[in-house]
Design a binder for this molecule. Structure first.
Ligand code: 16G
Length: 229
C-alpha cells in the first residue's frame, strides 16, 4: 500500500509524468526490497484506478493526460469532424463488422422491409491515439452494402453517396464501464461513462443510422444551448 501511495502521489504531482514508463517489476523489487508479488499488487491497483496502463510486451506506463472536451448537442456532426475541429486526428479500430439478419428492434427503428439485412460496425474511436468511445452502428445494407468501406469515418462514406443524415435524436444516460469497455478505453472497470444512442434521419424522414456508444466520462462534457421561447 505504501508503494502504491508513493507511486500515486508521484503521478499526481508530476514527478512521474504522463506516459512515463514505470521501472520493470524486478527493478522495483530491487529498488524497494519488496517482493515481486507485492509490487504486482501495487501496480495492479494503480491500473484499476486508471492511473497506470499495462500493455502486453511493453510494460507499465503512466496513463496519458487527457483534457476534458466540450461537445455541442445542437449540431449534427461526426466524430471525425468533432476531432478535426479540435486539431486532433480521429481513427477507428474496427472491433466487429459485417452484414447480419436484423434484430426486431433494428427492423422497427430502421424501418426495414422484410428480407432486408443490416450492417453493424463496432468501433473503438480514438483521437490522436487516445481512446474516447466505443460505438456500434447499425444501418440498412441498402445504404451501406459493404461495411469494409468504412475505414475511418462513417459519415464520410455516407456523404460520398449523398446520404448524410440531416437530423438526429440523441438520448444520453449514465452508465458504468464493463471490464471489456474499460479495457478498450484504457480506464478502470466501473468508471462512470456516458451511454449515448443516436437515431439519425435522412431529409426524407427515413432512419439511416442507429448508433449506441459509451463515451469516457472523464473526457466528455456534452453541452446544450438553451433559449427562451
Ligand atoms: C458520432 C455520433 C455517431 C456517428 C459518428 C460518425 C455521437 C454521440 N455519435 O460519434 O452516431 O455514427 O459520429 O462519425 O456523437 P464518423 O463519421 O467519424 O464515423
Amino acid at each position: 500500500m505504501q508503494l502504491q501511495r508513493h507511486l500515486e502521489s508521484a503521478i499526481k504531482n508530476g514527478h512521474l509524468p504522463a506516459e512515463a514508463t514505470l521501472p520493470a517489476e524486478r527493478e522495483l523489487a530491487a529498488m524497494t526490497g519488496l517482493s515481486r508479488v507485492t509490487i504486482r499488487k501495487a501496480i495492479g491497483q494503480l491500473v484499476e484506478d486508471g492511473l497506470v496502463i499495462q500493455r502486453r510486451g511493453s510494460g507499465s506506463f503512466v496513463a496519458p493526460k487527457v483534457q476534458r472536451m466540450e461537445q455541442s448537442l445542437s449540431r449534427l456532426t461526426s466524430f471525425t469532424e468533432d476531432m478535426q475541429r479540435r486539431g486532433m486526428t480521429s481513427s477507428s479500430e474496427i472491433l466487429e463488422s459485417g452484414t447480419y439478419l436484423p434484430s426486431p428492434e433494428e427492423i422497427v427503428s430502421l424501418g426495414l422491409a422484410s428480407g432486408e439485412q443490416v450492417v453493424r460496425i463496432k468501433r473503438l474511436r480514438r483521437a490522436d491515439g487516445i481512446p474516447m468511445a466505443v460505438e456500434t452502428s447499425s444501418l440498412s445494407s441498402e445504404f451501406l452494402p459493404n461495411p469494409d468501406d468504412v475505414v475511418t469515418s462513417l459519415y464520410e462514406v455516407l456523404s460520398a453517396q449523398g446520404i448524410r443524415p440531416s437530423r438526429a435524436i440523441q438520448r444520453i444516460s449514465a452508465c458504468k464501464l464493463t471490464a471489456e469497455q474499460a479495457d478498450l478505453l484504457e480506464v478502470a472497470e466501473g468508471d462512470a461513462a456516458l451511454y449515448i444512442d443516436r437515431t439519425a434521419y435522412l431529409p426524407s424522414g427515413r432512419v439511416i443510422e442507429l448508433t449506441a456508444g459509451v463515451y469516457r466520462g472523464d473526457i466528455y462534457d456534452f453541452v446544450a444551448e438553451l433559449r427562451s421561447a
